[in-house]
Design a protein around this ligand. Structure first.
Ligand code: MG
Ligand code: MG
Length: 258
């Protein structure tokens, strides 16, 4: 069952997603060598609650924290803990919020201190791939068009696309139908209709596409332990151009001041 949202519901989704963007920006202020991932989680958790939201990930199938924080070779679903970020790391923050009954979901991979140029390039390409995917996310196209656009953009540049995890519909629930893979064939998959809300989230590896799950039962890491990046927006499907409901603007403002 795919739920098409009314214009009013889409505005509520925008509110939820704006809070996600604001929470990520607040946490971004504190991303520096020496900070632990648990400290970052606490900042995000408090910010979400102070603004009337519920952190969606906390308690989801037993996930213990508000944010998924995944460092370097960890792709997604990292559990915040006592790891201290160090110069040259990359750290992916994934945040989900529910407010007024609607969900927001967005992710961003940050540089810690001075990062190698090849790693910077992975981040830049993954972020660009997200927008390439969003450009394909319009009424009348299919989920395969989104995945195909992301896949080719990344593979043409020598990166690989994680297959085991995909984007998703989103609304009153964090995960709704349909699946939104970051790979696929043009013209295949679910037909996109105006009012569909999707979380588009390329997970792109510097090395091979294979991933493994860590012993904690959550953390997904690259099998070859090379770095991975993750950027995610929630969008509403429209005619001609998707409406991006989440925002990186507040994050960009924080990064410009750093
Ligand atoms: Mg997410
Ligand atoms: Mg998501």
């Amino acid at each position: 069952m795919i739920y098409l949202k009314t214009d009013e519901e889409i505005e509520l989704m925008r509110v939820a997603n704006h809070l996600v963007g604001a929470a990520l920006a607040e946490v971004a202020k504190h991303i520096n060598p020496g900070v632990t991932t648990l400290q970052l989680d606490k900042i995000g958790d408090a910010f979400i609650r102070d603004h009337g939201g519920i952190p969606l990930f906390k308690g989801y199938r037993g996930f213990p924290n508000a944010l998924c924080i995944s460092v370097n070779e960890n792709v997604v679903h990292g559990i915040p803990g006592d790891y201290r970020l160090k110069d040259g790391d990359i750290v992916s923050l994934d945040c989900g919020v529910k407010i007024n009954g609607y969900c927001g979901d967005s992710a961003y991979t940050f540089e810690v201190g001075e990062v190698k140029s090849e790693v910077k390039k992975l981040l830049q390409t993954t972020k660009e791939a997200l927008y390439v995917g969003i450009n394909a996310a319009v009424e009348g196209k299919r989920t395969g068009d989104i995945g195909n656009a992301i896949q080719h953009y990344c593979e043409d540049r020598g990166y690989s696309v994680v297959r085991d995890l995909v984007g998703h519909g989103i609304g009153k629930e964090m995960h709704e139908a349909p699946d939104v893979p970051n790979y696929g064939k043009k013209g295949y998959g679910t037909l996109l209709k105006s009012g569909m809300c999707l979380a588009i989230e390329p997970m792109i590896n510097m090395g091979k596409k294979q991933v493994k799950i860590e012993k904690d039962g959550w953390t997904i890491r690259t099998a070859d332990r090379r770095p991975s990046a993750h950027f995610e927006h929630t969008v509403a499907i429209r005619q001609g151009k998707a409406d991006i409901l989440s925002t990186f603007e507040l994050i960009d403002q924080v990064l410009q001041k750093k």
